[in-house]
Design a protein around this ligand. Sequence first.
Ligand code: PMV
Length: 345
Amino acid sequence: MVEERYRAKWSCPSNIALVKYWGKRPGQLPINPSFSFSLQKSRTETSVSIQKSSKPEISFLFEGKESPFGERVRKYLELLKLDYPWMQNYSFLIESENTFPHSAGIASSASSFGALALCLTDLSMKVQEVTVDEKVFSETASRMARAGSGSACRSIYSGFALWGKSGQVEGTTDRNAIPFREKIHPQFQGLMDAVLLVDSGKKQVSSSSGHELMNQHPFKENRVAQANQNLKTILESMKSGDVKTFFEIVENEALTLHALMMSSSPSVVLLKAESLIIIEKIRTFRQQTDTPVGFTIDAGPNIHLLYFKENRTQVRDFIQTELTGLLENEQWMDDRIGEGPEKLE
Ligand code: PMV
């Protein structure tokens, strides 16, 4: 007998892009392929309880309270009902919390929609009494996550993930992300990310209006070509263990993202003076000590300092002595490449 109440609970990580998704086509499809890795500590835990109802309702609680994010979640579920008609007959109670501080300046939409999509995929299988293998489960969850926030589709996997059709890797598609499992130099399995908090204030531009700026951008065509070329080069560098090229591409992508925003109409400047000072200090540290480090940046002022686990001591010392004074309340998060989502119930 089909039951009328179900519950699912998942933990899903945030991810950071090395080749950036910037600009989209209708249906939340990307204009270029992107490449990222999942973090380990920056996560969202979400539970979804559903109950069959003649008057379906959607309730969303963030850390036990109503939250403005609830409105976005409601719209998201209404959209999914078009593809998953079973959802129309159920009430939803969604409870969510982040494992990182509110003020950490980490984009939580990827981990939030990732965790929610994993719960909904799980429930969808239960309600419809279907079983699928892990690959199909993850691809379904990734597609569902994409509908909420494009970059969320990459959070469904451990380690590195690719989203967007590319001639470089077989199986890539615009519809969902896939894990990147080709043989790479072992050094990259020890990738670390120190998330340096420059400013936790709300972003001046939402990522959806940011993507829109690409529609009419004078450099759009070149950007798409550049992202494809950067993807090719970064994957080659990871296979051969060419760390120098790896960081060159990662930094080029981060600065291109911000250059595209600055040269958009209207123009958006998200970097702060401290962001630029940190960038300069990272480059000087790399040059003077030969330590393989680099940075990437999301659509905000915070800097992700990337390095490898064997250099942890030097990098921690560098952060403490040179960088903490430039950070908001001296805050930074010591994260690393992660093990992916976890089913909690
Ligand atoms: O997923 P969105 O719509 O929040 O877009 C995220 C865009 C960037 O974080 C700037 C880049 C990326 O690929 O994650």
